[in-house]
Structure formats: C-alpha cells, structure tokens
Design a protein around this ligand. Structure first.
Ligand SMILES: Nc1ncnc2c1ncn2[C@@H]1O[C@H](COP(=O)(O)OP(=O)(O)OP(=O)(O)O)[C@@H](O)[C@H]1O
Ligand SMILES: [Mg+2]
Length: 264
C-alpha cells in the first residue's frame, strides 16, 4: 500500500454562463506515491495538474474516484473530519497567496491561531519555522517588503506550521528567477530530508523535477500517461507529452549533450 493512492479520479467542470458547456479535466487519474518521496508531476498547461492537486485536499470535489492518504480515504471524510485532515496537508502556490496586511510572523501563525494554539506555543513554533526557512530577521516585515523568494519561503513556512505529512507544491517556483528557484528547491529538499514530509511537486520546469524528485508522472489530458523513476523517464519517455518535454529539455541543454553532462 502506498502512502498516497489516487484511484480513478474524474472531474468535469460545468459552464456557469452557458448551459451544456462542460470541460472534462480529469479522466481517471491513477497514481501511487510513497511516503517521504519527492514526487514530480509534469504536464502542459490545461492538463489538469492544479485541479488534481486541489482534488487531493478536496478544495475541489472529485466527481468520482478515491484519494487515500496513509490508509484514510479522504474522499469519504465528513466536512469536520476533512477540516482536521486538511491541516496535515500543506499547500504552496505560484502566487504565494500571503496575507498582504499581516506580518511574516502573523502569516505563519495564522493556521495555528485557527487551530486554537496558545500564544506561547504559537510563538515558539513560529520561531522554529523562521529559523528553518532562514527568515528570522524578517519576522516583522510585511509581504510587500519581501523578494519573491522570501515570499515563497513564508508560504512554505505557513504550509509547514501545522507539521503536515504532505506538502502540495503547485508551480511554487514558476514565478522565481533561476537562482531563487534553486534556493527554494534546496529548502524543499532540506525539509523533506529533515521532516520526512512527502512532497508533490507540480511544475512545468523539468530542471526542478530532475533536481529534487526521485519519481515522477506525466499528466496528459487528465490522465497519467506514464509514471516511474525520474531517471527512467528522462532516459526513455514513453508518452507523447513525456517525449515533447524531454526533447525540449535536451534542446535547451544541447551544449551539455556534447559536453561532459550525463547525456540526458
Ligand atoms: N473552476 C473551474 N471552472 C471551469 N473550468 C476550470 C476550473 N478550473 C480549471 N478549469 C479548466 O480545467 C482545465 C485544467 O485546468 P488546470 O488549472 O487544472 O490545468 P493545469 O494543468 O494546472 O494548467 P497550468 O499549467 O496552466 O497551471 C483548464 O481547461 C481549465 O480552464
Ligand atoms: Mg496549474
């Protein structure tokens, strides 16, 4: 049994403006993710990646199928049970989604306040998190005073505050420059290593997947067309999307192909 089991997930959106308009976004997604893995999901724009991420914590209700995390069927939970389980599923986004009018401290403290933690416990947990994300000196700053990389660190800090066992990362580095991307990926790697948290890394950036993921899947028109080790998919992609992505990746790295790189 895998830590996260995604079974035959379907999701269709129905148009609000025009009756009869429908978009079938997820068409039977199956995926298994092991505990402690950093698992990459790649796919073209519109393939359904964000919808899948949102179905995992039921921010979006799947039409059918199951999401099982650590043996618990998330899709079968009542609203109250779901609210409790959701605290253990952190999520980070491309646009950070911070509260602009709250300080870094308050942004990170927010989920703990909702959870009814005491002031003292919140203080010590936020200090711990600030040290983990390397932003002790920005405790009282506001998001508007931070760089993109620092904002995403706060996003990661807030997502981790409640000690989740899963972190969903939806294009979390897509708005960052390459150097900052690298430092955020290093942070994700570090928290995966230190905390054993399972990370789902959704991204267009194959470099990011190659840098920190061990396993990956390719999503195409709402189905998983291949999944396996990053190494095997980079060396021998089997799906149409997988081929296109790897071809583009290789073209960008042409110098390396003829140099001393690993040839993929
Ligand atoms: N709430 C919604 N209502 C209607 N259609 C939606 C909704 N959310 C997503 N869609 C549609 O579902 C499809 C998949 O969207 P989704 O955001 O999951 O793709 P994605 O793979 O994350 O794309 P991107 O790489 O651009 O982020 C798109 O055609 C989108 O327009
Ligand atoms: Mg998306």
């Amino acid at each position: 049994m895998s830590f996260i089991e995604i079974k035959d997930i379907h999701k269709t959106f129905y148009g609000k403006k025009r009756a009869g308009e429908e978009t079938q976004v997820l068409n039977g997604v199956d995926l298994n993710i092991e505990k402690g893995d950093i698992f990459g999901i790649v796919g073209f724009s519109g393939a359904g990646k964000s919808t899948l991420a949102r179905c995992i914590n039921r921010l979006e209700e799947p039409d059918s199928g199951q999401i099982i995390i650590d043996g618990v069927d998330i899709t079968g939970l009542s609203k109250k049970e779901l609210a409790l389980r959701r605290r253990k599923i952190g999520m980070i986004f491309q646009q950070f989604n911070l509260f602009e009018s709250k300080s870094v401290f308050k942004n990170i403290a927010y989920p703990l306040m909702l959870d009814g933690w005491s002031k003292d416990k919140i203080n010590s947990r936020v200090e711990e998190i600030l040290s983990l994300i390397g932003l002790e000196d920005k405790r009282d700053a506001y998001p508007g005073q931070l760089s993109g990389g620092q904002k995403q660190r706060v996003g990661i800090g807030r997502a981790l505050a409640n000690r989740p066992d899963v972190l969903l990362s939806d294009e979390a580095t897509s708005a960052l420059d390459p150097q900052t991307t690298l430092s955020v990926l290093d942070l994700l790697k570090e928290i995966n290593h230190k905390l054993g948290i399972t990370i789902l890394l959704i991204t267009h950036e194959l470099e990011a997947i190659k840098y920190i993921c061990s396993n990956m899947a390719v999503l195409e028109n709402g189905v998983v067309t291949e999944s396996g080790s990053v190494r095997s998919i980079f060396q021998n992609p089997n799906s149409k999307t997988g081929h296109i992505f790897i071809d583009i990746y290789s073209s960008f790295r042409k110098d390396d192909l003829y140099g001393e790189g690993d040839g993929i």
